[in-house]
Design a protein around this ligand. Sequence first.
Ligand SMILES: C[S@@+](CC[C@H](N)C(=O)[O-])C[C@H]1O[C@@H](n2cnc3c(N)ncnc32)[C@H](O)[C@@H]1O
Length: 271
Amino acid sequence: MKDAELIGVQKTLSPVLRAKALDNRLRDPILGDKYAEQAMRRLDPEYDTRPFGASQMGLVAVVRAKAHDDWARGFLADHPDAVVLHLGCGLDARVHRIDPPATVDWYDLDYPAIVELRRQFLPAREHYTLIGASVTDPTWLDRIPRDRPVLMIAEGLVPYLTEADVRRLLTSVVDSFPTGQIQFDTVAVWAWRTSKWDPTLRKYNTRFHCGFDDPAALADWHPRLEYVDEAPMNDSPVLMAKAPANIRRMYRLLNLLPGMKRSTRIVRFRF
Ligand SMILES: C[S@@+](CC[C@H](N)C(=O)[O-])C[C@H]1O[C@@H](n2cnc3c(N)ncnc32)[C@H](O)[C@@H]1O
């Protein structure tokens, strides 16, 4: 299966993977993910001949990946007996970048077509399970051991779910485990509302289905859920330090527009 055979929202993994591949070509990469370029070549056989050009703007997605990785490493250092639920994993090689100890059980979940691609493009490992399902299917959680701390990571997934689905997901994870950390990114309400005109999403025949101006307030959805903090994205110091000069300039300008700096927010909760 190739990129052309993925449908709708599944195709959204491609620009993110491409950004990670581009990052790995920088002299001083933000993420330094060698798997991204390997997987990108398999997904798009013309990858090496396409100019990077405007896709450099996607480097901000690499900043998001690094923020999620840093939080995940911190949680796993404190909870080496954790289970990890990496939801909407796409072709992201987080489990290989983080390389958790054998005491951690890691679950990568995405649609069956993506899981099939992962099997072809990325190496298998011990204590690692692929689940081919929609995250909205209530039965996948039955396959996860529930007596251990949980780390739930959803990178680039939540905007594609409805608010009702996000609520069901968060509350069922909190109800299922004794303790844990939940980290994801969301878009602002304006970004959700205007997503039907976003050229990239239109190309993939998809759009966002939810947005939040105050993601911290989602802690109100469950009495055990507590908001922790937010990581910077469009104005991230690492982006400003490491992205090529033209990209830094572009983000400085974009961030002057109202609502732009917080158009996407990376947030962390605990329970
Ligand atoms: C923007 S991509 C992000 C991929 C990956 N997390 C990354 O950051 O590289 C969104 C991913 O979410 C997956 N996805 C969207 N809706 C989903 C659902 N309901 N169940 C499972 N996966 C879903 C897509 O198939 C796609 O792989």
